[in-house]
Design a protein around this ligand. Structure first.
Ligand code: HEC
Length: 130
């Protein structure tokens, strides 16, 4: 019951578009890591957190934009990356395999390690709210 309330609370912070069931499923799994509630604000802070890789400063916005409604550009290949915001592209955050694959690759590139379930939950809350 408590869980259901918390999921509702997180989704209520995304006023325009309801989260896809895949997001709810993943959040429930990530919660097993011990975090009761995920926050879009903490997700935003992680999104902009600067990480050093030698002389280079890396953030999630190195390839995606700081504003998720805008197009990004891949830091290494220069290729355009479509907006991540589900309010702009409703196909975002609808496929579990895509989300997990890119969390895996992108956390390693940005932070030099895998993300914790807690971090992934905050990221989902943030991206979903955009
Ligand atoms: C080195 C470039 C790069 C960085 C840095 C990066 N990403 Fe990505 N990301 C990509 C690419 C490329 C894709 C796949 C192309 C696409 O989905 O348009 C992607 C896709 C995603 C997706 C898939 C969304 C969906 O449902 O379609 C998520 C989630 C994501 N990134 C989150 C993150 C997070 C969180 C960070 C910071 C930890 C991050 N990315 C940093 C390049 C990057």
């Amino acid at each position: 019951m408590k869980k259901i309330f918390l999921i509702t609370a997180v989704l209520a912070s995304a006023p325009v578009f309801a989260a896809h069931p895949v997001v709810e499923e993943l959040m429930t799994e990530y919660r097993a890591g011990g975090t009761a509630q995920f926050s879009a604000e903490q997700g935003r802070a992680l999104w902009n957190q600067e990480n050093r890789n030698g002389d280079e400063v890396r953030t999630c916005a190195s390839c995606h934009a700081a504003d998720l409604r805008k197009e990004g550009r891949h830091a290494s290949t220069g290729r355009a990356i479509g907006p991540l915001a589900p309010s702009v592209d409703p196909k975002r955050l609808t496929q579990r395999s895509e989300i997990e694959k890119w969390f895996g690759r992108n956390c390693k590139w940005t932070f030099g390690r895998v993300c914790t379930p807690e971090e992934k939950g905050h990221f989902l809350a943030f991206i979903q709210s955009q």
